[in-house]
Ligand binder design. Sequence first.
Ligand SMILES: C[S@@+](CC[C@H](N)C(=O)[O-])C[C@H]1O[C@@H](n2cnc3c(N)ncnc32)[C@H](O)[C@@H]1O
Length: 215
Amino acid sequence: MRLRNVKGSREMIATNDFVVHEEETMKGKWHDFFENENPIHIEVGMGKGRFIIDMAKLHPEINYIGIEKYSSVLVRAIEKQTIEQLPNLVFIRMDAEAIENVFEKDEVAYIYLNFSDPWPKDRHARRRLTSVQFLNRYVNFLAADGGLTFKTDNRPLFDFSLEQVELAGWEMVNYTFDLHHSEYAEGNVMTEYEEKFSAMGNPICRMVIKPPKKK
Ligand SMILES: C[S@@+](CC[C@H](N)C(=O)[O-])C[C@H]1O[C@@H](n2cnc3c(N)ncnc32)[C@H](O)[C@@H]1O
């Protein structure tokens, strides 16, 4: 992704009410933060936030947390949320490498990974958000009856992810190599990248998986 430095983005993030800072101190306290017991769903690598904002509007009974590494992208999501003022949506600016420090065991009910960076070089495979390393991190805080949905138009990344799911012992619920022309198309909420790549004619791959059964 080509990143432009957005002037003032760090200052905006530092003072915005929809951004949670010192996120590691929130571990185990997210329900108190939202002041309800509604399930918590997260999107890791949410970019400019279109998907998570649309989901938060559609599902006021669910709390959403969007995680994004770069300030210059996060500000676009903050701008939208500042207009929407959705009470069930906040953001964290962080690298998801440290994600298990932010959520307590069973604190998250669902994870979304949309059009995650492919990291095409083999030596960077562990940075892919669907690598065994990341799947193992998610197990630390994803509820046993929770799940994860991953969408991408990048077939090599999707094939890699299918292998990693098996290696990490997750359960495959379903997958498709062409979501928009599949039985799962109905009700699909599009992301920014999904709209862009599907308009170019790229089929969208999607998998729904569940964490390994705890022994
Ligand atoms: C290709 S964009 C997709 C954005 C959005 N999910 C969509 O589908 O339109 C991937 C996003 O993930 C973010 N990202 C990649 N690795 C990340 C990480 N380790 N932690 C947090 N965000 C990450 C990138 O900064 C980028 O904004």
